[in-house]
Design a protein around this ligand. Structure first.
Ligand code: PGA
Length: 231
């Protein structure tokens, strides 16, 4: 059975109270009994709360056996030092194992270029974080000067029209792009853009899509639980 990765990207949403309410509503999964791995990417401020929640789960579900992992939504392109406002890889690694890099919202609103994305990928690898590198077109992969092992990264294909629009790409098109990405890189490919519990299976059942990156629908614990179950 193929391994399916389900990543929830909370973007710039939720206070600590709201995160606690979400955790009460979300069903935990034990990795021993599922082929699904779940990564929650909250804002930086909530990583400690989610990490302590996962550590304090009852024995048998806690720690490495939980199917739930944590990820950050961004990483400093620099090491620790005089970079006001930045959170570096060493700091993220205290709480998380993954980091989303080059999301189209960062490219659009924060001027993130392929050069910065390259630097961030290097920082993630250096700090043993798995980068989830977002691209909206296949050319963006060709532009990235990846100097790393393919096995160290995950590619998230997210077409711009599908992000937050309620109109997902067709599974046929996403599958074709995932297949093409895999001719360039031997890395897992996930699809993102208006994924819900209703359409998730149409993506995860294709041969080349290894999971999904979920934005809006991950904010609701019940809907996210449904997505995990349907995937
Ligand atoms: P969406 O966002 O699921 O709300 O479309 C996906 C993403 O931007 O990662």
């Amino acid at each position: 059975m193929k391994q399916i990765l389900i990543v929830g990207n909370w973007k710039s949403n939720k206070t600590s109270l709201e995160a606690n309410a979400w955790l009460q509503g979300f069903k935990n999964y034990d990795l021993r009994f599922t082929n699904k791995e779940i990564v929650i990417c909250p804002p930086f401020t909530l990583l400690p709360i989610l990490k302590s929640y996962l550590l304090n789960l009852p024995a048998g579900e806690a720690g490495h056996k939980s199917a739930v992992r944590l990820g950050a939504q961004d990483i400093s392109p620099f090491d620790e030092g005089a970079y006001t406002g930045e959170i570096n890889g060493k700091q993220i690694k205290e709480f998380a194992d993954y980091v989303i890099i080059g999301h189209s919202e960062r490219r659009k609103h924060f001027g993130e270029t392929n050069e910065i994305v390259d630097q961030k990928i290097a920082q993630a690898i250096k700090n043993q974080l798995t980068p989830i590198v977002c691209i909206s077109e296949i050319e963006q992969i060709k532009d990235l000067r990846l100097k790393i092992n393919d096995s160290q990264i995950i590619i998230a294909y997210e077409p711009l029209f599908a992000i937050g629009s309620g109109t997902a790409d067709t599974p046929e098109n996403a599958e074709a792009i995932a297949k093409e990405i895999k001719t360039i890189l031997d890395a897992p490919v996930i699809y993102g853009g208006s994924v819900t519990s209703k359409n998730v299976k149409s993506f995860t059942q294709t041969p080349h899509i290894d999971g999904v990156l979920v934005g809006g629908a991950s904010l609701d614990a019940h809907e996210f639980t449904n997505i995990v179950e349907e995937a």
